[in-house]
Design a protein around this ligand. Structure first.
Ligand SMILES: *Cc1c(COP(=O)(O)O)cnc(C)c1O
Length: 367
């Protein structure tokens, strides 16, 4: 017997979510965003499960190379582009498209000796204020992208800061429209594409679909919105984090549980010990005080966590579940309990939970 924790990855749920993205944006090509090891789901597994995806977007050059080694021939976009001009030959050989995000990179491309032109995504800062061209520099970059022989197909892009919130996309989209308008006469007869939508924009703002959308989190079955559940959006959870009860304790009134004793029994209670802790990727900040717990499913029924999450274990309330014993199945998140709910009770987002799944957690593929 090995420690009972595991993450199950549902390939059919993944395919369902990608198909949903396509159906929401039927005239748009859709990258499956597989950066950060496909948000902890395994980028090679995800790419293999989506053979008909229009393309893949990642961020780590070695993962892009591994996709090509795995015979993935569709377009691959590198979301932070290249970090040194030394990478440019790899981009050309492997047919990778970099995001080009500042003037220095434009100059590195125009100054390089390339065996053929590079297809690029030219990124503009319209309000996120992380990466991207802004102001007068944009004009020079557009000129070069439109006319220099080292540039092949060009897609103008930006990234939204608040597509998931009340602020929406209007202000940033209007700045992007100004850039597109300015670019048209410069490009003249050379066509160019546009790409702006992440999951939140794809789901809520059809005007953002354009030529290429870039959904990530929705493919993994989580909601990008605090005010709409994944289920209500038609998404299916891809990852289920499962374990088992490995111990049971009886608490008397006044007994506390775990490090720091942040939970104290006010009545006689029965609690279960689950083989899952923060060293597995479960959030240590998950609520577990007397007032607030974090939802968890034990033997098909919802209950809550109790006390602080430790490195290898957490504790759940079994007081109303007298028939649950050692060996009972536990779902930390999965169908019936979204990672979004666990994240909300932990002061974070499901993106972080997925990315934090530790290497020691075995992954099992299920249909
Ligand atoms: C990560 C990323 C995405 C995907 O965002 P989601 O919120 O997961 O849909 C899209 N575009 C860029 C530039 C990104 O870095």
């Amino acid at each position: 017997m090995t420690r009972p924790i595991r993450a199950e990855i549902s390939l059919s749920a993944l395919r369902h979510n990608y198909a949903l993205a396509k159906s929401k944006a039927p005239r748009t090509k859709v990258f499956a965003v597989v950066k950060a090891n496909a948000y902890g789901h395994g980028f090679k597994r995800v790419a293999a499960a989506l053979p008909d995806a229009d393309g893949f977007a990642t961020l780590e050059l070695d993962s892009a190379v591994q996709l090509r080694d795995a015979k993935i021939e569709s377009p691959i976009l590198l979301l932070e582009g290249f970090f040194s001009e030394k990478e440019l030959p790899t981009y050309v050989q492997q047919n990778f498209m970099p995001v080009v995000r500042d003037l220095e990179q434009v100059k590195q491309i125009t100054g390089a000796t390339l065996t053929r032109p590079l297809d690029i995504f030219l990124k503009f800062n319209t309000g996120m204020n992380r990466l991207g061209l802004k102001g007068p520099l944009s004009g020079y970059a557009i000129n070069m992208a439109a006319s220099h022989r080292n540039f092949g197909a060009v897609t103008l892009m930006t990234h939204f800061a608040s597509a998931d919130a009340a602020e929406g996309v209007a202000a940033q989209l209007s700045r992007f429209e100004d850039i597109v308008k300015a670019a048209k006469p410069v490009f003249g007869k050379k066509p160019f594409g546009q790409s702006v939508a992440n999951s939140a924009a794809l789901l809520r703002f059809p005007e953002t679909h354009r030529d290429w959308a870039r959904p990530g989190i929705m493919l993994y079955g989580s909601s990008p919105f605090a005010d709409a559940s994944a289920e209500s959006l038609g998404l299916k959870p891809v990852m289920a984090l499962r374990s088992e009860i490995i111990g049971v304790q009886a608490l008397d009134v006044g007994d506390s549980v775990g490090y720091g004793g942040i939970f104290t029994a006010k009545k006689k209670m029965r609690v279960g010990i689950v083989a899952c802790g923060y060293a597995d990727g479960y959030p240590r900040h998950a609520a577990g005080s007397n007032e607030h717990g974090t939802p968890v499913i034990v033997s098909g029924k919802r209950t809550r966590t109790i006390g602080r999450v430790s490195m290898d274990m957490l504790v759940v309330d079994l007081t109303d579940m007298p028939h649950v014993h050692i060996g009972a199945p536990v779902t930390l998140w999965g169908e019936g309990l979204s990672a979004d709910e666990v994240a909300a009770a932990s002061g974070t987002v499901s993106y972080e939970l997925f990315c934090a799944i530790a290497p020691r957690v075995p992954i099992r593929e299920v249909d």
